[in-house]
Design a protein around this ligand. Sequence first.
Ligand SMILES: *Cc1c(COP(=O)(O)O)cnc(C)c1O
Length: 391
Amino acid sequence: MTRYPDVTEFSARTLEAIRLVIGSRSAALHEPTFGGNEGQYLQDCLESTFVSTVGPYVEKFEAKLAAFTGSTHVVAVGSGTAALHVALRLAGVGPEDEVLVPALTFVATANAVSYLGAVPHFVDSDEMTLGLDPVALRNHLSTVAEVRRGICVNRSTGREIRAVVPVHTFGHPVAIDDVVALADDYGLAVIEDAAESMGSVSKGRHTGTTGLAGVLSFNGNKIITSGGGGALLTDDPEFAARARHLTTTAKIHHLWEYVHDDIGYNYRLPSLNAALGCAQMEQLPEFLASKRRLFEAYTQAFAPIENVQVVAEPPGCQSNYWLQTLLLDEALADQRDAVLEATNSSGVTTRPAWTPLHRLGPYADCPRASLPVAESLQRRIINIPSSAGLT
Ligand SMILES: *Cc1c(COP(=O)(O)O)cnc(C)c1O
């Protein structure tokens, strides 16, 4: 029989294993590295006076993102949340529709649904990918939903289910082909939340490029940062053109007149942010390599400790290892808080997974599947220091 260590022993050994990798310094969960042309490009941007939504850096950044991800069209916007909002709107999501969203994700995924007056419908996760479980979702839909004239309807709420938003959690690719196959059967649009997975590839395709559209984030805590920012990826030229239009106040091109043909948004990425993003893109291959080294170092350090694993990329995938994740066995779940306490009080920043969204006040009454894996993962996940600068 396995002997489970006592609380202080387990948290002390966890702290020791992290220290083995990062040394005696204090460490953030994730901080950016500015080791390239950031200063030069920002200075150039200032000198050109094009610091806002016009200027060459936005187009340069979009071109770099397209080349790296293999997406035909890229629309840079002010945040990942803004990109999700616009992508869902263009996917046809409107008031009183439902959108399938994992319960275990950052709140922005569900917020973007709510901005459209639609309702998130929470679904369960897969222990292997930490993302949406397409098998559990198929079972769930087969009991609660039916397809009427090509439209998926939730039989218990009467609402139409328009879209599904798989999230590549902590950078690990979700089983996207299975999600797309399921979405095709039920007439759902797939919008990939790849906010955390820049640089992650599944079966040769960059995350965010398989569904109708994908979304990236360049917030300060992501693998590359533009200070704040996001992007919309799509291979559909019409979708891209409409996204560009809606994110720039839906203004019709005209030499001098102000004509807007829709209620658009001021969501365009400023040039200053794009300049920072360009410099970060040049370093992305190094960031990816150092994050992989960090994963290997943690895996070695934790190898002697029983009942805990460092989460590895799913088979057939390359993860960007954005956030390194410890997964405790269920028997150790009640020791999670002791580990969080021991590490954070000694300068090593660690965090639990997000509170599952159906347990947040604003989302408590939303429809949901049974969520045993999301609930279990939430009790057992600890994110540990993950910055590229640590190795
Ligand atoms: C960061 C993040 C977002 C939102 O991106 P912002 O650029 O911060 O708006 C959305 N979804 C997930 C999963 C994220 O981690």
